[in-house]
Design a protein around this ligand. Sequence first.
Ligand code: COS
Length: 385
Amino acid sequence: MQNADFDAYRLSEEHEALREAVRALAEKEIAPYAAEVDEHARFPVEAREALVKAGFQAVHIPEEYGGEGADELAACIVIEEVARVCASSSLIPAVNGLGSVPILLSASEELKKQVLPSLASGEAMISYALSEREAGSDAASMRTRARRDGDDWVLNGTKCWITNAGESTWYTVMAVTDPEKKANGISAFVVHKDDPGFEVGPKERKLGIAGSPTREIYFQDCRIPGDRIIGAEGTGFKTALATLDHTRPTIGAQAVGIAQGALDQAVAYVKERRQFGKTIGEFQGVQFMLADMAMKVEASRQLVYVASSRAERGEKNLGFISSAAKCLASDTAMQVTTDAVQLFGGAGFTKDFPVERMMRDAKITQIYEGTNQVQRMVMARSLLR
Ligand code: COS
């Protein structure tokens, strides 16, 4: 799957085989727990075990670090197929990507060797810590500080909305090293959960993706070795944004998966549910809804695959395409899951069917890795540059 170019009309045989393998695993080993994981807001340990056993928890890690060396399109297919049955579980491969791409893009060889093999083996997971309470969309206004102390770095501050915090061993953390230089005074670091002065906060109580813990993380004179800086001092914000250029398509893939899951549920339901003496799928009004849903899902999928393939090729100026993929796919997921609930009628509003969970899970895809307003800013800046 390495360096495979995406052909807009046909995936490579390897990508198709990967999709089949992930779909089979997801249906057998992840789907049966999805409702209960959501209900109890518990981490999907079964999904983690199944993904690690099959080598799907971080397929993008290069072979030289013990990984599968799969391309970014393959990483999207894994996330999409897991999200189709359980969005919370799809955050295992997605956030392993988000946390590790800064390292892959910018870290020293020594730091790559410290972190990446543990992700490839499944022994560890990694989270990404950019946001703060007062620095969400305006990420460059962060306050978390890192200062040199002898050979070490010492971090102080709080990061928030950190996906999989508490489950992850490693954390990629952006912090201010020179407040005078604004965005160019931010550096990126890797923190280990056992580093002194590092702690995780309580779980947020959320609308969706309840199985994936979201927490604050705290640094109180948190001391890390000097070689845990990612790249040169002052390059952390650029690394953070370059990372998002690569990973926003993966959120698009998650959104496509959630939407496809809801569409599949709706198609099956309208063929069974009878009203006025026939199945509701026989009504043209319902058929038109299904057609619109499927059309938007497919358009989103194509854009996500193109964006991830262009990111894989290392093209410059990925901002427009990766934001467009994330934005279109997540807006689609919200529409399609809402329509799926509508097609289920009263049943769709109950927890007896998965579409209400999918609708709640879809909402976050319009918010995280940059709100869809930020995506539109990025797209517009690219147009007007
Ligand atoms: N890759 C690399 N560097 C980039 C970049 C990219 N995609 N986009 C911008 N930069 C560089 C700029 O060139 C600038 O460097 P110079 O001053 O040397 O030219 C620097 O980064 C700052 O860029 P800019 O001034 O455009 O930053 P802003 O503060 O205006 O922020 C947005 C830009 C809003 C797009 C950015 O803050 C953002 O994406 N915010 C949302 C954050 C987010 O997604 N949060 C979710 C967290 S992950 S769940």
